[in-house]
Design a protein. Structure first.
Length: 635
């Protein structure tokens, strides 16, 4: 009986053990089922869209269709300054070429494209020849070359081509510094602009000027062409899906092409700058910097070599001297000195100061530009004759460095003028504290004297001088200078955005002070140093000359800063500033060039017609021709 009971107990234990195993197996199977079910849900529901996209990418090949960049027009919006020309890019898919035929195909292709075979080998190294990947071999390919390839297409397996818009700069010359140029996006640019949607590949971006400043508006939206492919990347469908690209926005600039050409020819082949500004709005009507360059050279395959050549060329043709180069303001600074003295009421405008031709201060002798001296001068006469001694005394004995610096900054010196260009210089206004920190020496009275006539440490761009004159013309108000006037839809030509005038700075100086300064600047033109070169029957002008000594004697930058018509309506007034650098042979051309620009603008004349209408200019040009023994070619 005991043996029987024992046997029953063992059987019962074995059954329990089997039940436990079965249960464990069932639980395990259920767990595995749950895991698989969860995974299946994740794949199909949670990540389904992502995998569907990946599957589509594997089974299709998408080629981007580049969008044409927006066109650029001058303010009249009639003829474009920058357009897009039809051009072609040739691509090569190396895996589609039989191995024993590769060198033959690439050699023939190189001859047609006018490049070396080594250039193709460089773009497609041996390790990449088995890949089904289309690689761009050459851009800016002519239609004749494409026709040659197409007629012999059986000899060119793996070779394809596509249209690739080419930037064509219709207006060249000095406008190059305004418009700028484009080029392939660089690695550094991708790093900086990746978050803005810029990517690698064959993307073209603006490098300088308006092309760079408003690149996002000009870019447009690329299209695409999608074809089905097999696992090895071979096309298996002849019916692609095409999404057409959208052209970039059309930009209308403030530049007036007629005035731009007039200013360019008036400056001529002289290293320097000229700017024409509308003071009531801040619109830049002309911006000239010489020397300049032709942006179309960057369309060639050796654009890097072209850039290097320009970078090392004499007088740096790539430099926009209107906004990126700084100079001493010279005697144009006396405009600010006069405004400061009248505002502070520290000296009567009628008080006369003697100019004996030189003055001794400390261990230095300061000489006026008129060696014999100007005699006794009041403020108006001192400005008209540009007497250095008058302003040396005014700055050193009455105003002082702190007040001079304060008023210089009031006129926008030493600050960004916020013009819509990618780069611009702020210039510099020194102070006594700055000199002590930088050079560990005290500011001296001689420093104040130099600063009072626009020499010494003070530096400005021609655009700063233009804004200075705009502030006088506007009786204390400066508008932000700008080059973009409107943004338009390319298809409908509808205005999308209009750039409105924006006040950059507004002074609290009493209107009566501005009227006095305006009157004095008009007196400079009628009775001062530039009265002969600025003689003009068409328009009354106010302004100030300036000659900044650079290095040795008789080595000067020449300034002419003006606005007109004097007492004209704000809408018709313009500011004209011309600078001729000291690297040119001295001929004091700035006031003559300025007069030509005014004559051309207000008499609606070309450069040649304006010169013929100004006998004083013609006489001076003959004198220069006699003096130099050769013609003064004007370009």
């Amino acid at each position: 009986m005991e043996q029987y009971n024992s046997s029953v107990e063992e059987s019962s234990s074995s059954q329990v053990a089997r039940n436990v195993k079965v249960f464990a197996i069932v639980v395990l199977i259920f767990f595995v089922f749950i895991v698989y079910l969860t995974r299946l849900y994740t794949l199909q529901v949670v990540n389904g869209e992502s995998y569907r996209q990946q599957s589509q990418q594997v089974s299709s090949r998408t080629n981007e269709i580049p969008a044409q960049r927006g066109e650029i027009f001058d303010r009249n919006a009639t003829l474009p300054m920058v357009i897009n020309s039809d051009s072609f890019a040739v691509n090569l898919n190396p895996a589609e070429i039989p191995d024993n035929y590769y060198d033959t195909v690439t050699s023939r292709l190189a001859r047609i494209l006018g490049i070396g075979k080594s250039e193709i080998d460089r773009k497609i190294p041996k390790e990449d020849r088995a890949k089904y990947k289309s690689i761009e071999i050459k851009t800016n390919v002519t239609f004749e070359a494409i026709s040659n390839i197409a007629e012999n297409i059986t000899d060119f397996p793996g070779v394809t081509w596509q249209q690739k818009p080419l930037r064509n700069y219709v207006e060249t010359g000095s406008i190059a510094h305004v418009v700028g140029y484009v080029g392939d996006i660089s690695r550094d640019e991708i790093k900086m602009m990746y978050n803005k949607g810029y990517t690698t590949g064959n993307m073209i971006v603006g490098k300088t000027g308006i092309e760079k400043q408003y690149d996002s508006l000009l870019q447009g939206v690329p299209g695409y062409e999608r074809k089905n492919i097999d696992a090895r990347g071979r096309i298996i469908s002849d019916k692609p899906i095409i999404e057409p690209p959208q052209m970039g926005k059309r930009l209308i600039l403030t530049i007036d092409s007629r005035i731009q050409e007039l200013a360019e020819k008036a400056l001529g082949p002289r290293v320097g700058a000229a700017v024409v500004l509308k003071p009531s709005t801040g619109e830049v009507l002309a911006m000239v910097s010489y020397p300049y360059y032709d942006q179309n050279i960057f369309n060639s395959d050796d654009s890097a070599a072209q850039y290097k050549k320009l970078s090392s060329a004499p007088n740096n043709p790539l430099l926009n001297r209107v906004v990126n180069a700084v100079y001493p303001p010279a005697s144009t600074f006396k405009t600010i000195m006069t405004t400061a003295a009248l505002t502070e009421r520290i000296i009567s405008p009628a008080k006369k100061i003697e100019c004996p031709g030189k003055v001794v201060y400390g261990d230095r002798t300061f000489k006026c530009h008129l060696k014999s001296g100007h005699g006794w001068l009041d403020m108006r006469k001192g400005l008209a004759e540009s007497c250095d001694i008058y302003y040396w005394v005014l700055g050193r004995d009455y105003l002082g460095v702190d007040r001079i610096a304060q008023y210089a900054k009031e006129f926008g010196f030493g600050q960004s003028l916020e013009i819509d260009l990618p780069a611009q210089s702020e210039g510099f206004v020194p102070t006594a504290q700055w000199k002590e920190r930088k050079y560990h020496v005290k500011w001296l009275g001689g420093d104040t004297m130099n600063m009072s006539i626009g020499q010494g440490y003070t530096t400005v761009t021609p655009l700063h001088i233009a804004n200075m004159m705009a502030m006088v013309a506007n009786s204390g108000k400066i508008y932000k200078p700008h080059l973009l006037k409107e943004v338009r839809n390319t298809v409908t030509d509808e205005v999308v955005e209009t750039i409105k005038p924006t006040i950059l700075h507004e002074s609290n100086i009493d209107p009566s002070i501005w009227r006095a300064v305006q009157s004095d600047l008009r007196y400079v033109i009628t009775d001062g140093t530039p009265s002969w070169p600025m003689a003009n029957k068409v328009v009354a002008v106010a302004g100030k000359t300036g000659t900044a000594e650079v290095g040795s004697v008789d080595h000067w930058h020449s300034w002419m800063a003006t606005y007109g018509p004097f007492n004209g309506s704000p809408d018709e007034q313009v500011v004209v500033v011309v600078l001729v650098e000291a690297v040119n042979k001295w001929d004091w051309w700035s006031p003559y060039a300025t007069n030509i620009i005014y004559q051309g603008i207000f008499a609606n004349q070309t450069y040649e017609e304006a010169v013929q209408s100004l006998p004083n200019v013609r006489a001076y040009m003959r004198e220069l021709e006699r003096r130099n023994g050769q013609g003064t070619r004007q370009e």
